[in-house]
Design a protein around this ligand. Sequence first.
Ligand SMILES: *[C@@H]1O[C@H](CO)[C@@H](O)[C@H](O)[C@H]1NC(C)=O
Ligand SMILES: *[C@@H]1O[C@H](CO)[C@@H](O)[C@H](O)[C@H]1NC(C)=O
Ligand SMILES: *[C@@H]1O[C@H](CO)[C@@H](O)[C@H](O)[C@H]1NC(C)=O
Length: 447
Amino acid sequence: MSTIKMWFATKDMVISLAILLLVSVTPCSSAFWKTQNKVKTAVLLSPKFELRPGSVSNKYYYDIEFPRGHVALKGFTAEVVDEVGNPVPLHETYLHHWALFRYYESKSKLATHTNYDPHRVLHVSDSIQNSSLVLVRNSGICQGNSLGQYYGIGSETRGTNTDIPDPFGLEIGNPAEVPEGYEEKWLLNIHAIDTRGVEDKLGCTECRCDLYNVTVNEYGIPLSPSYEGGLNCCYDQTQCRLKKGFQGPKRTLYLRYTAKWIDWDEYVVPVKIYILDVTDTLKISDTSSSIDSSNHDCRVEYKVDPCNSESKKDNECVDVKRTRLPMQKGGYVVYGVAHQHSGGIGATLYGQDGRVICTSMPNYGSGDEAGNEAGYVVGMTTCYSKPGSVKIFDGETLTLESNYSSTTRSRTGVMGIFYLLVAEQLPHEHYLTHSSPFFRNINNVFN
Ligand SMILES: *[C@@H]1O[C@H](CO)[C@@H](O)[C@H](O)[C@H]1NC(C)=O
Ligand SMILES: *[C@@H]1O[C@H](CO)[C@@H](O)[C@H](O)[C@H]1NC(C)=O
Ligand SMILES: *[C@@H]1O[C@H](CO)[C@@H](O)[C@H](O)[C@H]1NC(C)=O
């Protein structure tokens, strides 16, 4: 009990007032850890957002409540709930995605930043001198503002494990990393589509432009007539077509998110985040051996064309999309998971020699209730490899493959994203290089 009280009293930790906050302190599984570190959990609510039948909310919430201090993240999950905290099923509110971004904010420059698009506000730059807000990207390999998040998934959020196994963790809040005059903060993007009473639920979730009656993007720029659907047609405040005469109440919703972390110490082995995208059209130059990594173009979404009648006869209506991605730096894969939309039938990441690094498969719901909605991707299988057993080599070119079942109509706005946590050192290597005198002494004993 005293631990919990102390925790609440610590000023630099999350303290939630109007917002639900649960804290549990559970011992870690490994005996080695028991005396060192306890997993802390905070369950928090995003700012509220409102949806009418068929409407879209795509908001950016800056400076959300988040664990403070030098800690190691151990997991992050989220789901949409209503005003009384009940989970809302995907067939009512489709969670297109949520994404969590890390950024630095200048303490002196005043930034006005509520609900702005990070494409406009966050600066991605090595030199931060003139920016009040600077995005801290993950380790790669997309660039610019594309897929720079720390965490982020969509409809599968309730059924996808994000826990980072011991002794690994995602280091955040290290004061030595934050530039002088800046503070580390967190941004949450929530994109939700209300599909109560709409004419075509799947079409609305695939952001088909005709259903939204949208011909220009969020910034007023006309869309190409060949652009059938995707994020450019279901931006904030757009409206998907309702069944004639349908009326329903406006709803107030929240994203309820759960962060798990432990205090940072030398026993935590750091992992890096890599987010790979099957739409990445990296040009690998034949004339130069050096990879110009500035050529990554991650478009995030793609379209699956309808199946032609010949393949349909042969029952081969599978769309296979592949891309080759050179990794400048490798490491040991600690965790892997793909992100796919409805129609997805699995994604695999292969090594240069064709070995499977990770396969992640969607789980589809079969009922009505939240977490098991029929026809929706309600979870993705994950890869937890035994530390050291799956290695990506420095400079290795990986192949990402994303499969969708193709039907008689196109699928728009689908995704084939792979999220990897990679450790550059195994635990024993880490302890020998970063250890306290205790570990160094042990090392001496064995030598
Ligand atoms: C910062 O802004 C000032 C004035 O606007 C400009 O002169 C300077 O070159 C900028 N520095 C960088 C690094 O962009
Ligand atoms: C679609 O948009 C056009 C132009 O913005 C507008 O004239 C038309 O009434 C809209 N149609 C519907 C069904 O909302
Ligand atoms: C994707 O399709 C290819 C080609 O048919 C197949 O070899 C691969 O095993 C499929 N991957 C998954 C995860 O189903």
